[in-house]
Design a protein around this ligand. Structure first.
Ligand code: SAM
Length: 217
């Protein structure tokens, strides 16, 4: 069993501004652990996490892929999250390259067709669109969860770019909840981009029915 990364350097004050790992984070970690042999066999060179928050997921992925040497890129719209991601990398002796960015926008040209593993645990909670827009503009903690209509407004913007980013053998792991309409999400990726998908893990956690979905060519 691969241990959860050490986050003891982060304080309650950090979690006022940055998403504290929770059940949705763990449904992604557990899916990655389950997928470890397949992920290693891809021999990935570039991994990209969108919305890295504390950095817990990318630090874990780096352990999953050991001893492979992989470039880990992490983006977050929240500057404090980007700082926490870097410190989590240092604390766990893994190299995480964090940048403050909206989704993968500054990277999309250079990384065209080059990303082997993409991860995104997005803000997936259904809210009014205005609430999600405001959270995106403020770059604070509400941006961790406010997802707009069907909880899909931020995710949908990213889904449009996944096909361009993925390398020929690349895989994309996305966290979703039932309210995001998982069947529609999957069939949309198939019909628009010919990306196949599979539910790697699903689990109930309180009121949420959580999924980790894998997309691939
Ligand atoms: C549910 S949290 C997940 C954090 C972490 N990956 C985890 O699993 O614990 C969603 C993260 O996405 C970030 N985020 C929201 N909108 C974003 C955007 N447009 N671009 C990049 N990151 C974004 C938030 O700041 C937050 O850190």
């Amino acid at each position: 069993m691969i241990p959860t990364p050490d986050l003891s350097h982060l304080s309650r004050k950090d979690y006022d501004d940055v998403y504290e790992p929770a059940e949705d984070t763990f449904v992604l970690l557990d899916a990655l652990e389950q997928e470890a042999p397949k992920l290693k066999s891809l021999n990935p060179a570039v991994c990209l996490e969108i919305g890295s928050g504390s950095g817990c997921v990318s630090a874990f992925l780096s352990r999953v892929l050991e001893p492979l040497v992989v470039l880990h890129l992490c983006t977050d719209i929240n500057p404090i999250a980007a700082r926490c991601t870097v410190s989590t990398g240092l604390q766990n002796k893994v190299s995480l390259n964090a940048m403050i960015s909206d989704l993968a926008s500054p990277l999309s040209f250079r990384l065209h067709g080059k990303v082997d593993v993409i991860l995104f645990n997005p803000p997936y909670v259904p809210t009014w669109s205005e609430e999600a827009d405001e959270a995106q503009e403020r770059h604070g903690i509400a941006g961790s969860w406010a997802g707009g209509l069907s909880g899909m407004e931020v995710t949908d913007r990213f889904l449009k770019t996944v096909d361009q980013l993925l390398s020929p053998q690349g895989v994309f792991y996305l966290v979703a909840i039932k309210e995001n309409n998982v069947p529609e999400l999957r069939s949309g990726m198939q019909s628009r981009f010919q990306l196949q998908s599979e539910i790697v893990l699903q689990r109930r956690a309180g009121r949420e029915h959580l999924y980790t979905i894998k997309f691939f060519r």
